[in-house]
Design a protein around this ligand. Structure first.
Ligand SMILES: C[S@@+](CC[C@H](N)C(=O)[O-])C[C@H]1O[C@@H](n2cnc3c(N)ncnc32)[C@H](O)[C@@H]1O
Length: 255
């Protein structure tokens, strides 16, 4: 399949110490805040629902783990409540270098971590087995391989995500979004096109990747459209939180 070859060949193979720094510089550190805020919201939700109280075990899985920054945030938050429970923390990515990076960095402070090299479109899990699946800042990647949008492939990958989540389990998606206010949207587009991505290009000397990044951000759904996309996939309850005027949204979808 061409789209798969594209991702495997060109996607995210140059991982080095500059990669994370670049992400932080490009967002002026906001990405650290977004992950932390998302972690707090999700943890509060689970506590409110008393999710862990009636369970002896659970499985949390972060897809498109990248260098593991969101995985770290969630694992380090829920490890306290998961104490004495049989829990598994799974990180998944189709880039060997990313998985290797997470393994070497060992950001999480728990032992029961499994790292898996796989494509989100072909998940090596049985149906109805995972309690929570998260994707942080990797959702757009599932839709835009190269410079073409593939809504059919995007839906196929989300059908697969839906398949593996337990009934009553959650999908959590943190992603850049299109601010609902038109003026803020224009300012945000300006920053995306001329500020954020140019900083990244200069720091990384990687012009192609970051030109693609800007395009995929401008081309992506707004929060409401993504909510309806998730409902069409089959999720029963879908809600979202906007962060930083809607530059980023956190979707919470229950199966
Ligand atoms: C921007 S990075 C993720 C960042 C990370 N989750 C975080 O919060 O810092 C996007 C990741 O998605 C992975 N990816 C893209 N398409 C994928 C797919 N179809 N299956 C698995 N991983 C994929 C890439 O290899 C890359 O590591």
């Amino acid at each position: 399949m061409d789209y798969l070859n594209y991702n495997l060949k060109d996607g995210y193979k140059k991982i080095n110490a500059l990669y994370e720094l670049n992400n932080h510089l490009m967002t002026f550190g906001l990405d650290i805040y977004w992950r932390k805020k998302a972690g707090i919201i999700l943890f509060k939700l689970l506590q409110k629902e008393k999710y862990f109280e009636n369970k002896d075990s659970f499985i949390y899985c972060d897809f498109c783990i990248g260098t593991g920054e969101f995985f770290e945030e969630v694992v380090n938050r829920i490890k306290g409540v998961s104490f004495e429970k049989k829990s598994y923390f799974i990180g998944l990515d189709f880039s060997f270098d990313m998985i290797n990076w997470v393994k070497k960095k060992k950001v999480y402070k728990v032992d029961n971590v499994v790292l898996i090299l796989a494509d989100v479109g072909f998940l090596p899990f049985k149906s109805n087995t995972i309690d929570f699946v998260s994707i942080s800042l990797g959702i757009r990647n599932l839709r835009n391989p190269g410079d073409v949008k593939h809504d059919d492939i995007f839906a196929m990958r989300f059908n697969e995500i839906y398949r593996v989540i337990k009934t009553g389990g959650y999908f959590w998606g943190l992603e850049t979004s299109r601010p609902p206010n038109k003026i803020i949207r224009k300012i945000s587009d300006f920053f995306t096109l001329y500020v954020f991505t140019n900083i990244a290009k200069i720091v990384s000397f990687d012009f192609d990747t970051y030109t693609y990044l800007a395009k995929s951000m401008l081309d992506f759904f707004d929060a409401d459209k993504f909510k309806h996309f998730l409902i069409n996939i089959g999720f029963k309850e879908v809600d979202y939180h906007l962060m930083t005027f809607g530059i980023v949204s956190l979707h919470i979808a229950k199966k």
